[in-house]
Design a protein around this ligand. Sequence first.
Ligand SMILES: [Zn+2]
Ligand SMILES: [Zn+2]
Length: 356
Amino acid sequence: MSQFVRSTTSKYKFGAHISGAGGISNSVSNAFGIGCNSFAMFLKSPRKWVSPQYTDEEIQKFKDNCKQYNYNPLTDVLPHGQYFINLANPDIEKAEKAYASLIDDLNRCEQLGVGLYNLHPGSSLKADHQVQLKQLANYLNKALKETKFVKIVLENMAGTGSLVGSDLQDLHEVIELIEDKSRIGVCIDTCHTYAAGYDISTKESFEKFWKMFDEIVGFKYLSAIHLNDSKAPLGANRDLHELLGEGFLGLEVFRLIAHSDHLVNIPIILETPQPKEEGYGEEIKLLEWLEDKSEDDKEVIEKNDKLQAKGAKSRKEHEEKFATKQKKATAKKRKAEVKPEDDITHKVRRTRRKEE
Ligand SMILES: [Zn+2]
Ligand SMILES: [Zn+2]
């Protein structure tokens, strides 16, 4: 008997990114073992371009396990695509290679009967961002035509500039270009959101963020949530996941998530740096515990204080790193601002001299 009994009363589908080691069908029993109501996994090795195909036996075992453990593969499973898939890459040869891997992933989803697929939208690198967004959308349209039912869920990112999806506007622009809008969605990662500069750590900022999300992207596209605290401060553009409550977000945002009407019925997946999957079991229980807790609940405040104390040293380190980085960036910017002005004055002087 598992230590973490799967909740039948929770309003939310809290789950985690699970290992599929030893066969993709194992991810189902592993998820059940730690009390997940939804789960994620990799469809193949995240570090290799090519992996062996599933055997018919393995596919059947996955489907049987979903039935046995009562997961609907169409709505409760959100596999994560390979990190290196970049469909926005201006290097077409590389983009084509990424596309082949994407199609292989999507085919795997459909073989397993899985209805959702989480994808990092990639990076425009040094090319024109808008042009590369169009390239990404073209590839997604093509992929949707080549497959039957799986929905591609684009994850928001923690970076800036060339990284597609750090700005919610990017996600809107890509969705606008998708022909079959019933098969495109968005996954909001709490750590990425915060690191990209969108504050969600307080009730006020959390509500403001979702209002903005609804205006720019639209709730109808919200298909999943990734739950992570952030090791790096607001706007640091660092993708560094932290255990719930120990990072810069703190416990409040997760309590708010466990009360949000918009997040019912979608996979809410933990990706925190747990050394063992049992740790996810504990975090799922923590989230379910938060469901009926108010903002000023004494126990919640105590729990938050305890977790914040555990993460204090790491937060301090990252705060200092961020401050140093900002200082350097400001100095560089100032230097860059001074230079062209100097050039102009020189030029002006030179032309004047000529005229004289
Ligand atoms: Zn991701
Ligand atoms: Zn994520």
